[in-house]
Design a protein. Structure first.
Length: 325
């Protein structure tokens, strides 16, 4: 797999260089999900229209693109989920091949959610609160009848993670650790699409739903969902039956070491690049609701949030970007 990845990177990079008349091409990593594509497009629009660089993208898995960053085939990684490939990432930082410039966001979350109307109601839709005191995962046993399993009315239903995800192991273990299996069936959706569909269906009908989800996603940008509280993250509790909340993940903007010499002004810009999981949720929701691509979502962000991104840039560069919009 590593050999194939290296060949892929060399081929992609060679193709890029052969078609470019200038060496001033900055290459982004596309590791395969929409939020990294949006951040690539935001930064790319600024680099092209504010700084005059050409940009390109190399697509591959997280491990392949991270290796490309270390080797210098990729210049910029806008959304490095550091805990997902911690050993390789930390090694790259220690060797000096990777420079960590900023934290794009670290307020991401995952766990058990309910639609907020379950707790607070929704006056506009005529929905009364049906579990006003539901705050924590540990409160769920009191409310199992609200979340009845249609296939087993004597139990509630909690929608779990898609199979083969690490979260599935965590949730199944937590289920037993907290004794939720006494009152609930753990329902395993076949895919993340099936899980998303179950939320959309419940919300559109105003019905109760409880289950696993994560941020940032378009679901969390489009719908008002509440993450149920859990014990604060503690390593000892985590290792003893996952008896606490999921740990947050630091999502960074990282670059190859050579970028500091090749484009120091770009490094300064990226040091200031900071968004949030909530804002990324909104950009993903914009894509979903408007059938938009990442470039269109990036332009929407640049038009709607100029009070944020203009703080990342010198005034003259910000003016050029605004002009291009």
């Amino acid at each position: 797999m590593i050999a194939i990845g290296v060949i892929f990177l060399i081929t992609a990079c060679s193709s890029r260089n052969d078609t470019s008349e200038t060496s001033d091409v900055l290459v982004f990593a596309d590791a395969g999900w929409d939020s990294i594509r949006i951040h690539n497009s935001i930064a790319g629009f600024i680099l092209e229209n504010g700084y005059g660089y050409k940009t390109d993208v190399i697509t591959g898995s997280s491990s392949i693109t991270l290796q490309g960053l270390i080797q210098g085939d990729i210049d910029i990684y806008m959304e490095a989920w550091t805990d997902n490939f911690k050993e390789v990432y930390d090694t790259g930082i220690k060797s000096g091949d990777i420079l960590e410039l900023s934290v794009n966001f670290d307020d991401n979350a995952q766990g058990l959610y309910v639609p907020t109307y379950v707790i607070k109601g929704d006056a506009e839709r005529g929905l009364d609160p049906i579990a006003p005191d539901l705050k924590s995962v540990k409160d769920l046993p009191k409310y199992w009848e609200i979340f009845k399993d249609p296939d087993n009315p004597n139990q509630g239903r909690i929608y779990g993670s898609p199979p083969n995800w690490f979260a599935d192991e965590v949730l199944r273990t937590k289920f037993e650790t907290y004794g939720l299996d006494e009152h609930y069936d753990y329902f395993n959706p076949g895919s993340d699409t099936a899980l998303s569909t179950s939320i959309v269906s419940a919300v559109q009908r105003g019905e109760p739903w409880v289950g696993y989800y994560w941020e940032p996603t378009w679901i969390m940008g489009k719908y008002d969902m509440t993450l149920l509280e859990d014990e604060p993250y503690d390593e000892a509790k985590w290792e003893d039956g996952y008896a606490c909340e999921f740990p947050g993940v630091k999502v960074t903007v990282a670059v190859n070491k050579d970028l500091a010499e090749k484009a120091p002004e770009v490094v300064e810009f990226l040091k200031n690049y900071e968004t949030s999981s909530e804002l990324t949720n909104k950009m993903l929701a914009y894509m979903q609701e408007n059938d938009a691509d990442a470039d269109e979502a990036a332009k929407w962000f640049l038009q709607e949030y100029d009070d944020l991104w203009t703080q990342w840039l010198p005034e003259d560069i910000a003016s050029k970007v605004k002009e291009a919009l």
